[in-house]
Design a protein around this ligand. Structure first.
Ligand code: VTB
Length: 315
């Protein structure tokens, strides 16, 4: 599966990144998102596969493009589950900031968790700390575990947290434990990946972000040998019922990487929309548009970066 689809999937995220990047700094996050979604949708149907969207832009009755359950691909190819986040970081693009990505993950049919669209508590760590953190343990215990696993002092551990009011206590606890914090305005998929990616100098991601993005990040972590642990955080009675209707009877259930994405026949692709630590953003330069894409395979553990020059006149 992954050998067949790798380059095709990169074309999907490249197209989404280029379209949404034209909305850089224009203060219009919905337009940026729509541009990414439309471009992504158009390329998908040129790919020889039988795909079904399991993480998408909404439910079928809302009929957005890339709705959950939508069939994608030209057929005559592998049967796959598809998770998309056409623009991870809509506000990032709207405000012209860093680390927006166009993201797709693909796995063998039936292997991705159908996560409800609600918050999820997440912890992500890189390879050295796999198996050492526990989403039900205290923040201090987890920081100590990461420090020990990475053979550093807790003062040198850097945790990434989304800057949100709901994280006030978490931020306080991290600082109390003596660790340092990198606060981000958006984009916890990139932030999760950074914990497992060489040279990014962050050790752990904590906090509540979107559950669908948790599944996408889990695929990336599987490719990188790190882990993402999640626990749904329904905010209302209605959300609790939605979990139950989706077969998640125990809302305290801990989802480890292998629960979010089963097996290892999975690939993850992300193209930079705006410049970030992982990949460069889209660069418009005369006759060419340049993109940078991270594409990884869980099966082979291959991590590729593809720099592409798109000829404007031929596209
Ligand atoms: C966003 C986004 C993150 O979670 O913040 C979102 O930037 C949810 O948080 O990358 P808010 O509702 O507080 O904005 C993510 O989308 C992904 O998990």
């Amino acid at each position: 599966m992954e050998r067949q689809l790798t380059l095709d999937i990169a074309r999907v995220t490249e197209a989404a990144a280029i379209s949404s990047a034209t909305w850089f700094g224009k203060g219009k996050k919905d337009d940026a998102d729509e541009a990414a979604t439309t471009a992504m949708r158009n390329v998908f149907d040129t790919i020889p596969m039988e795909g079904i969207v399991v993480i998408g832009e909404g439910e079928m009755d809302e009929a957005p493009m890339l709705y959950i359950g939508e069939k994608l691909g030209s057929g005559n190819g592998p049967k796959v589950d598809i998770a998309v986040d056409p623009l991870e970081g809509t506000s990032i693009v709207a405000t012209g900031s860093a680390n927006a990505l166009a993201v797709v993950a693909i796995a063998e049919r039936g292997q991705l968790l159908h996560a409800p669209d609600m918050y999820m508590h997440k912890i992500a760590v890189g390879q050295e700390a796999v198996g050492q953190v526990d989403i039900n343990a205290s923040v201090a215990d987890n920081l100590r575990a990461v420090a020990k696993a990475k053979n550093k002092d807790i003062e040198d551990v850097v945790a990434t947290v989304l800057l949100r009011d709901r994280h006030a206590k978490l931020i306080e606890d991290i600082r109390e434990a003596g660790a340092r914090i990198k606060l981000i305005t958006d984009g916890d998929v990139a932030a999760a990946i950074n914990t497992a990616y060489a040279g990014t100098d962050v050790d752990i991601l904590f906090g509540q972000g979107g559950a669908p993005e948790g599944v996408l990040a889990a695929v990336a972590m599987k490719c990188l040998g790190g882990e993402l642990i999640g626990k749904l955080a329904p905010q209302t009675e209605e959300e609790i019922n939605r979990c139950k209707a989706m077969g998640i009877a125990n809302i305290e259930q801990v989802f480890r990487t292998d629960d979010l994405v089963k097996g290892d026949d999975a690939i993850f692709a992300a193209t930079g929309v705006t410049n970030g630590e992982l990949v460069k953003g889209v660069h418009f330069s005369g006759n060419y548009i340049e993109t940078e894409t991270l594409i990884m395979s869980a099966k082979s553990g291959t991590i590729r970066k593809i720099a592409t020059q798109h000829n404007v006149q031929k596209n």
